[in-house]
Design a protein around this ligand. Structure first.
Ligand code: CP3
Length: 321
């Protein structure tokens, strides 16, 4: 995530003439920026360039991105707000990610894979309720404990809209899809089941017939690994706070694991980051289908030399005895 982005000069050059949201709505440029890290670092898998918040805009929220991150000017706080949301047809309201999938697939050729994505219902619901990034999720939790039925209605409406949104990317050619539940780590184990996992499970079931692997990411997931592994996905994507060897022991026989180097490591010098990379990969040995990844997005301050050094170490990596 944020494989493409602000740490690259080529990206900044494109972004100086248009906003992030305008970029997300321009499939040709989405393809171009998705290819920037692939070409610069020789990576073998790309993720479509888009954002998890496009469906929130399509359902009627006023979305913008500024220095403080995303902003939704008219957050939903009540049952009436939730009932007033629109359902959308992705082919009409959000055609860009599927179109970007087609163009990026073509640019990648047959030897490199492309991941499509969407936000998970809980994470999108919390953005729509808070109206911005949050530390404590106070509005979401207030609604959760005052009116759980209203929150469940929001989660249900999101799930029903996200199924066709994700299907459109798979039908356009995505080789796998990733569901980002970036904020679900703020929930205790029971609330995670009720307000995050049950809805992710429904979303996964809604695309299962299309037969592509599904990856489920939760930031702050150490306490819910077993639950994640049991929701019908093929891969779980974990953050950097989880001990890799423990994760392999707990769920490694059940799902492939993707992760989990701290993106902060990329702020260090190349040789230090490569040593951390080697350590991280070695700790996952024995997990069938393991995929190397960062535990969250590349930070905008990451030196390109460090990213390039880790990508080269990854390409050159071979199992050791
Ligand atoms: O190359 C890629 O990785 C693909 C694109 C991608 C972006 N966002 C681009 C982006 C993906 C997969 C996402 C997912 C996303 N978006 C998530 C889930 C992943 C995670 O980080 O947990 C979330 C929570 C969002 C919402 C969002 N979008 C936030 C919180 C921000 C601000 C991030 C920051 O670093 O300040 C964005 C903006 C965003 N999304 C940028 C990019 C390249 C930076 C936009 C810019 O100013 O140019």
């Amino acid at each position: 995530m944020r494989q493409a982005g602000r740490y690259m000069d080529e990206y900044q050059a494109i972004r100086k003439d248009l906003s992030f949201l305008e970029l997300c709505k321009n499939p040709e440029l989405c393809c171009e920026v998705a290819m920037q890290p692939i070409n610069a670092f020789g990576l073998e898998t790309s993720i479509v360039f888009s954002d998890i918040l496009l469906p929130a805009e399509a359902m009627g929220l006023d979305l913008s991105f500024g220095d403080g991150g995303p902003k939704l000017a008219n957050p939903v706080r009540s049952l009436a707000d939730i009932e007033a949301l629109k359902d959308f047809d992705p082919a009409i309201a959000t055609p860009w990610p599927a179109e970007a999938v087609k163009l990026t697939k073509k640019a990648l050729g047959k030897d490199r894979a492309l991941i499509g994505f969407c936000g998970a219902p809980f994470t999108l619901a919390s953005y729509m309720i808070e109206g911005k990034s949050s530390r404590q999720f106070e509005n979401t939790k207030r609604l959760m404990w005052h009116d759980p039925k209203a929150l469940e209605l929001l989660l249900d409406r999101l799930t029903q809209n996200l199924i066709p949104y994700l299907r459109a990317q798979i039908e356009a050619g995505a080789d796998a899809v990733q569901i980002f539940d970036s904020w679900a780590g703020c929930l205790g184990v029971d609330a995670f089941d009720q307000f995050a996992l049950d809805w992710t499970r429904k979303l996964v079931a809604g695309v299962a017939d299309l037969g592509v692997p599904v990856i489920y990411y939760v930031n702050g997931c150490d306490h819910v690994l077993e639950q994640m592994a049991g929701c019908g996905v093929d891969v779980i994507s974990i953050d950097w706070r989880v001990d890799p060897q423990e994760a392999v022991m707990r769920v490694g026989g059940q799902v492939a694991i993707q992760g989990n180097m701290d993106p902060g490591v990329l702020l260090g010098p190349p040789e230090v980051a490569v040593a951390e990379f080697e350590k991280n990969v070695a700790a996952f040995q024995g997990n069938p289908g393991y995929i190397f990844n960062l535990g969250s997005g590349v930070m905008q301050w990451s030196p390109v030399e460090t990213v390039a050094a880790v990508a080269k170490a990854l390409r050159d990596w071979r199992p050791r005895d």
